[in-house]
Each structure stands twice: as structure tokens, then as C-alpha cells.
Ligand binder design. Structure first.
Ligand SMILES: [Cu+2]
Length: 274
């Protein structure tokens, strides 16, 4: 029976490592490769920390297992348990080693953190002309683009273009969005891009990313924000800059269409006939 606990503590790291190895096959790992350069750096950091944690976890469990096994042998051999107040040198070692590891991680990740979060390090191109303002509210993402050829202003302008849950951005160039929240705290989360930022009422938070490939990437809210939290799903569509401009023009035409005058696009002509 004493060896039972020894096996239990041995089994835990083995199961943990096996589940990590097979997690990808069952769709429990990252949602594919990161679609942004910064995302790839974030993944590298994650893997580095994962390796450190795995080695520590296995080491601790093997040590625990060995201690239990030794103790169970002692009892069979008739060796009595002995009590100690602690070993100072050992305690100093297991305080200093983790402190050094944590210090290393905190310094090593600074560069990625600065690129991701410190505004003065954002790419100039993205800072100059934010693509859109995204306002999270219960339970949707409201998107405000500037009119084609204009720059997004903090205050809404009469010719701004509005849509919901469908954020289009130009591919392969750094883009910035201004994130707001209208009611409660939400979180703008695009797993494929490794972008996650809380949206906080009263604050305008700039976030930037550079999508590497054309595509549609699910956008979700990662903060429990009310009964309809699960419905706060949208998408980020990355497309060539010409397509993005064409999309804005189409949205603008739809917004300006009064349902009576001659429609500017074939799609609107159709909807007018119905
Ligand atoms: Cu939300």
C-alpha cells in the first residue's frame, strides 16, 4: 500500500506528458500556426515556459516519488523516522533557483512585451492611420471605419462607416485598431492572431497586428460579460488592400442608400427590387 502513492506520483507526470503529446491530435492544442509574426514570438515564449515548467514538474514528482519509496523501504528495514527542523542550505537553493528562473523569464520576454504593448514601439505605419474603432458591447462588436481616404478620428464623424461583428483589415501590413467598451468589460480575442486585449469602459486602447495570410479568423469575447457572452462572435477578415478599399466603398454605398434613389451597386439594386 505504501508503494501505491509512489506509483500515483509517478503516474501524474507520465499522464501529463502523454496528454501534451497527444493533445494536438484531439484538437486541444493551439489553433494552428500563429498568423502574425508577433504571434510566432509569443508561441516561442509559451513553448520556452512550457519546457521549464515540464522539467520542474517532472523533477518535483520524481523527487517526491523517490522520497516515498525510500521512506517505505526504511520502515521495512526497521529504520525509524527522524524529524528535522529543515535544511537551510537546501531551502536557500530552492528559493534562489526559482527566483533566477523567474528573473530570466521576465527579462527575456520584455522585447515581445514592448512590441505588443508599449505604444511608442508600435509600427509608425499602423499608428498613423488606425484602420477602425471596435466598440465591444453586450453582445456584439460595433465597428467604425473612417470614410475612404480619411483618417479615423477619436470623435465619430458624419461620414464614418459602421458595421457589426465583421472586421476587415489589409493583409501583410501592420494595422492598428482602437478598442473601446460601451457597457461592461469585454475582451477582444483572435486566437489565430494571438491577439487578446481587454476592452474597458472609459478607455480607448490601441492594439496592432500584422496578419500574414489572407483569410477569415474567428473573433470572440474572452471575458464573461453577461448572459449573451457566448454570442459575441465575429471575424477578422484579412484581404489585399485593394479588396479592403472596395469593401469600404461597398459598405459606404449600402449605408448611404436610401432605398429610393438609383442604387450605386448591383447588390443594392437587387435588394431594392425585392
Ligand atoms: Cu463580451
Amino acid at each position: 500500500m505504501r508503494l501505491f502513492w509512489c506509483f500515483v506520483f509517478l503516474l501524474v507526470p507520465i499522464l501529463a506528458v502523454l496528454s501534451c503529446i497527444y493533445a494536438e491530435d484531439y484538437g486541444l492544442w493551439f489553433p494552428g500556426e500563429a498568423e502574425t509574426l508577433l504571434g510566432k514570438q509569443i508561441d516561442d515564449l509559451f513553448y520556452l515556459i512550457n519546457i521549464i515548467v515540464t522539467v520542474t514538474f517532472i523533477g518535483t514528482n520524481v523527487g517526491l516519488c523517490y522520497a516515498i519509496w525510500r521512506a517505505s523501504r526504511n520502515q521495512e528495514d526497521g529504520v525509524k523516522a527522524w524529524y528535522t527542523h529543515g535544511v537551510h542550505s537546501l531551502e536557500v537553493i530552492w528559493s534562489i533557483v526559482p527566483a533566477c528562473i523567474l528573473m530570466f523569464i521576465s527579462l527575456f520576454q520584455l522585447d515581445v512585451w514592448m512590441q505588443f504593448r508599449v505604444r511608442s514601439n508600435y509600427p509608425e505605419q499602423a499608428k498613423k492611420a488606425p484602420v477602425a474603432e471596435v466598440t465591444a458591447r453586450q453582445f456584439e462588436w460595433r465597428i467604425r471605419y473612417p470614410a475612404p481616404g480619411k483618417v479615423l478620428q477619436i470623435q465619430p464623424q458624419p461620414d464614418d462607416i459602421y458595421t457589426v461583428n465583421d472586421l476587415h483589415v489589409p493583409v501583410n501590413q501592420p494595422v492598428m485598431i482602437q478598442l473601446r467598451a460601451q457597457d461592461v468589460q469585454h475582451s477582444f480575442f483572435v486566437p489565430d492572431l494571438r491577439v487578446k486585449q481587454d476592452a474597458i469602459p472609459g478607455q480607448v486602447i490601441p492594439i496592432w497586428f500584422n496578419v500574414l495570410h489572407n483569410g477569415e479568423y474567428p473573433l470572440t469575447c474572452a471575458e464573461l460579460c453577461g448572459w449573451g457572452h457566448y454570442k459575441m462572435r465575429g471575424q477578422v477578415v484579412a484581404e489585399p488592400v485593394e479588396d479592403f478599399q472596395a469593401y469600404l466603398k461597398k459598405l459606404q454605398a449600402e449605408q448611404n442608400f436610401d432605398g429610393v434613389s438609383k442604387p450605386e451597386t448591383p447588390e443594392l439594386a437587387q435588394s431594392g427590387e425585392e
